[in-house]
Design a protein around this ligand. Structure first.
Ligand code: NAD
Length: 261
């Protein structure tokens, strides 16, 4: 039987959303779900041209480097022009880093903190005047289990995501009286191009993928769509009373204390 797509739910009808890092992985999955739920969506990305051609009718690609304040201000202004406002900001752009404190030099620390932490600060700062004008203003930051899990070989990345989680709480407190909710999602290892890149540099990518799956209590990686669905929940009217939280989408990785079998 031919597949008939279901009509878009009106839940986010009339709302305008910006997703940073929206051309790939979790950001792309989030942007697609937001659009399916009726939002107008702009994808702000370093490489917007990588947005699949099939997504270009539903999503507006805008070039933006979250590590550059002028680029962020221009990108947010362009998105607001295209969308006619801004209600939902998803601060998702992020980069990884591996190693202990002995392994990353100051330049690497500055660059990762610049993208992962200051990127959120810059984008939110540029978006705030528009969010203040919205009657459904919400910010969702993509954090990570690394914020609080104490993962080995992830000193810089974990520190950056720890900062994202505290920043989320501080922003939630600062802006609640203006009617702006702020939350974050904390994904476990999620099956995105990021992980493909990580595995491609492993000696045995197949064995490495098996090990990553085994690290999850559910026995499999989290999907980008599962994280996107959690972000869209936090961005939706259904979460009107939810602010200042970190929602783990990690297959039980952090909350469960399972003994190895
Ligand atoms: P991804 O590499 O598939 O996508 C990241 C996107 O961000 C890319 O489109 C990239 O071009 C964009 N980007 C990178 N630097 C940018 C910049 N300076 N300005 C604008 N855009 C930029 O990665 P992903 O796995 O989808 O990760 C998205 C977010 O999820 C990141 O914040 C990451 O830390 C977080 N996260 C990922 C995992 C995972 O296992 N994949 C787990 C926990 C948290």
């Amino acid at each position: 039987m031919p597949h008939t797509p279901s009509p878009p739910s009106p839940e986010l009808d009339g709302l305008a959303a910006v997703v940073t890092g929206g051309a790939s992985g979790i950001g792309l999955a989030t942007a697609r779900i937001l659009a399916r739920r009726g939002a107008r969506v702009a994808v702000l990305d370093l490489v917007p041209d990588t947005l699949p051609a099939t997504d270009r009718e539903a999503l507006f690609p805008v070039r933006c480097d979250v590590s550059d304040d002028a680029s962020v201000r221009a990108g947010v202004a362009r998105a607001v022009d295209l969308l006619g406002g801004l209600d939902i900001l998803v601060n998702n752009a992020g980069i990884g880093a591996q190693g202990t404190v002995a392994d990353n030099d100051d330049a690497e620390w500055r660059h990762v903190l610049d993208v992962n932490v200051l990127g959120i600060v810059r984008t939110t700062r540029a978006a705030l005047p528009h969010l203040r004008a919205s009657r459904h203003a919400v910010v969702v930051n993509t954090c990570s289990v690394a914020a609080t899990a104490g993962l080995p070989q992830r000193a810089l990345y974990s520190a950056s995501k720890g900062a994202v989680q505290s920043l989320t709480l501080a922003m939630a407190a600062d802006h609640i009286r203006e009617g702006i909710r702020v939350n974050c999602v904390n994904p476990g290892t999620a099956d995105t191009p990021w992980i493909d890149r990580l595995l491609s540099s492993a000696d045995d990518p197949g064995a490495e993928r098996t090990a990553l799956n085994a690290r999850q209590p559910t026995g499999r990686l989290v999907s980008a769509e599962e994280v996107g669905a959690a972000i869209v929940y936090l961005a939706s009217p259904a979460a009107a009373s939810v602010t200042g939280t970190a929602l783990a989408v990690d297959g039980g990785m952090q909350g469960l204390r399972l003994r190895p079998e």
